[in-house]
Design a protein around this ligand. Structure first.
Ligand SMILES: Cc1cc2nc3c(=O)[nH]c(=O)nc-3n(C[C@H](O)[C@H](O)[C@H](O)COP(=O)(O)OP(=O)(O)OC[C@H]3O[C@@H](n4cnc5c(N)ncnc54)[C@H](O)[C@@H]3O)c2cc1C
Length: 436
């Protein structure tokens, strides 16, 4: 493949063009409108729910739109990786309040949805509040099942080498403290993967690259070992990306050793021991660690998984993979991490799929068949060392689909690092406000 990568000097020459390209709204989907007065309920005030609410507010001026979410704080989750690896030292950079983000004219019920009754077109909240709807958007994100890792107390992150980038801003910061303490002395680091689908499946790889880089910077490579344990037979579901990451790992001063067929099932936090099970044989093993990065199993929240008739066989929201309309209930759409689509649990997925969902919902409302199709787009700037990343973009089939000229998705560049560190958050906020 021709090498389109650029170095820092070349990047500066292209910055203006890059910023302009990233600022352009790339949705070419026609913005359907309707004057109808329908009741629309959106479950979840995360990126997906808010992005849909902003678009619907503009495109359906007469609709009664209600958002349901018990969480007050909104978190910019892609920033957790930067916090957990010591690039950002302030958790306020990943926090905002939902009352400032929910569009004007949209009602917010500040509690979680407990049950969905699709035949009755009703959502029941935890306090028993009944919310009838004509159209429903399920955007509840996913549940992090730390409770399935025996012996783990999530309040202990940051202590005794315990880290996890996924949980919260505070845990991301605690994880950095654990990584910082570890890199000063060195020792044995254990990195893990979930046995389920994951949001930002690149995050555990970024943590591994950055840990190795922090060790190199601290000069403790000679005293360090990094082991990466994966439950299946791959570290990433897109093969060219997995192959490239493995090739890059081999070149690092502390080259991570990969162990397949190892699922993390427990920890002894005092003895700093991790317990693994081989999914195929059930065989158990234990490994000592000085630092461990924990990636929990991930599932659709119980409101979908257990308390509705809306899940597929794997427990995720059962939507058509292209229209994102529910497979059984045409007045229900899914958006974001909760969807049972292949891959696609990223903010980039939300960016590309929100216009599809809003368009198809309004067409359904107007008695027309959904005609906008989502291609399963996902992207992730994979940090490979401080100052360099790879901007990997791919579709639902796992084909690489680079969209930015001059950036080779499999070549580390300063440009991709800059995208993650500086440009991703403004881009995220643009998506959230339904403008991208
Ligand atoms: C460490 C990390 C790094 C990441 N890096 C990247 C990256 O580099 N690039 C990228 O594109 N993406 C990245 N992502 C992924 C991205 O943040 C998510 O894909 C995105 O936030 C998904 O949006 P969502 O609205 O579906 O879910 P969320 O943003 O998680 O929001 C879900 C909302 O639903 C609410 N909810 C849950 N249950 C209920 C209920 N029962 N009733 C009502 N509301 C409910 C929750 O309180 C929450 O507010 C990263 C994520 C993490 C954690």
């Amino acid at each position: 493949m021709k090498d389109f990568s650029i170095n820092r000097r070349q990047f500066l020459q292209f910055t203006a063009a890059g910023v302009a390209a990233a600022a352009l709204p790339f949705s070419t989907i026609q913005a359907e409108t309707s004057q109808k007065n329908a009741r629309i309920v959106i479950l979840g005030c995360g990126l997906a729910g808010l992005a849909a609410a902003h678009r619907l507010r503009r495109q359906l001026p007469n609709a009664q739109i209600t958002m349901v979410d018990g969480k007050w704080e909104h978190n910019y989750q892609p920033g957790y990786t930067l916090v957990a690896t010591g690039v950002w030292r302030d958790t306020n950079m990943v926090k905002a309040n939902n009352d400032k983000l929910i569009p004007k004219g949209v009602r917010w019920i500040q509690e979680a949805a407990a049950e969905i009754q699709p035949d009755a077109q009703m959502v029941i909240t935890h306090s028993g509040n009944k919310l009838p709807y004509d159209y429903l958007i399920v955007a509840t994100g996913l549940r992090l099942a730390y409770d399935e890792i025996e012996g783990l107390d999530i309040l202990s992150f940051g202590q005794n080498g315990l880290a996890s980038v996924y949980h919260s801003p505070e845990t991301a910061m605690a994880s950095w403290h654990a990584m910082d303490a570890f890199r000063k002395k060195g020792g044995r680091a254990i990195m893990t993967l979930a046995p389920t689908d994951m949001k930002c499946a690149g995050a555990p790889l970024k943590m591994t690259f950055m840990l190795a880089d922090r060790i190199r910077q601290a000069g403790t490579a000679g005293a360090s070992q990094v082991d990466f344990f994966a439950p299946k037979t791959t570290i990433f579901s897109v093969k060219p990306v997995a192959d490239k990451v493995l090739a890059l790992w081999k070149t690092l001063e502390v080259a991570p050793q990969v162990h397949y067929h190892h699922q993390l099932v427990g920890v002894d936090m005092d003895k700093q021991t991790a317990y693994f099970r081989q999914p195929e044989t059930g065989e158990q093993s234990s490994e000592h660690y000085d630092f461990i990065h924990i990636v929990p199993p991930m599932y659709a929240p119980d409101v979908v998984f257990k308390n509705s008739d809306l899940a597929n066989a794997n427990g995720w929201l059962n939507v058509h993979s292209e229209t994102l309309q529910h497979s059984k209930y045409p007045n229900i759409f899914g958006l974001g991490d909760v969807n049972g689509t292949v891959r696609g649990k990223t903010a980039a997925t939300v960016k590309k799929s929100t216009p599809v969902v809003v368009h198809n919902l309004i067409r359904t409302m107007n008695g027309q068949a959904p005609d906008a199709l989502f291609d399963g787009y996902t992207s992730c700037p994979l940090l490979v060392r401080e100052g360099e990343a790879m901007l990997v973009e791919f579709n639902g089939k796992g084909d690489l689909t680079p969209t930015i000229p001059l950036v080779n998705p499999l070549q580390p560049s300063y440009f991709a690092w800059y995208l993650e560190e500086v440009m991703l958050k403004p881009a995220y906020m643009t998506v959230l406000r339904g403008r991208a």
